[in-house]
Design a protein. Sequence first.
Length: 257
Amino acid sequence: MVADNGKFRVSAMMIEYLRVSQLTLRDQRFLLATIYFQHLLGDWPSIDWGVARNQEHWMPLKAYRNLGCAPRSNDARHFQAATEFWQEERVLFDNIALTKDHRHVRWRFSEFSFNMMSEMDRYALMIAERLKAARTDLDLDVLLQAVLHHKMRRPEFRMLDQGFQCQDGGLVSFRLKHVDGKLKGSLQRLADLTGYRFVVGYLQEGRMPGYTSAIIRIQHKGTEWPSGRIFKFPPRTRQFSLVPETGEVQQSLQMKV
């Protein structure tokens, strides 16, 4: 086991897998909590993980509840549904289930998971307590991307583009009214949590009018955006910016604890 400082790493490869998987809040938070527990048990990330991968682990449901994975009750149905989802997914786990007494989760991650989590050239250093702050699946999606990119000189990332194409080869567009409020809500909560400023541009990159992706840029004291550069987007872009409700930009490179 390793000392628990409340933080754990998630590889960029795993984050990209989660982004395109479009998981619900329940399933994504449950998975990230399990990744955190696997980290505490000391089995990954590691280049030589052949023996470790064959080990099965367990944690009490109370530990999951402490990270917001389910209502604070003795009802295990939430965890039953989550473990059944990952059993049926058949990619990230070789085995996962509740114990017979329905008081613990036991699991064994797959070789595919170990491969992704062993590629740590790029990773997000997550604060485990942040998992329970998420209200929506988009909250977690944005948080993962922000933590992955926020230490760059000019941090930016894309959302809402799943790489889908129409039959004619064009990009699939989305209705702004279906995503705008949700994205603004997630980013405002993250701005209040981190103290960062976010500048967002909805891009129209297809052959016909229609929004195809959102570029999200991060600004804090440690970033190096040239004057006005953070607001420059391609033509036909609709943009907005958000700051913490305090109106102050965070003076640290680190996400606020």
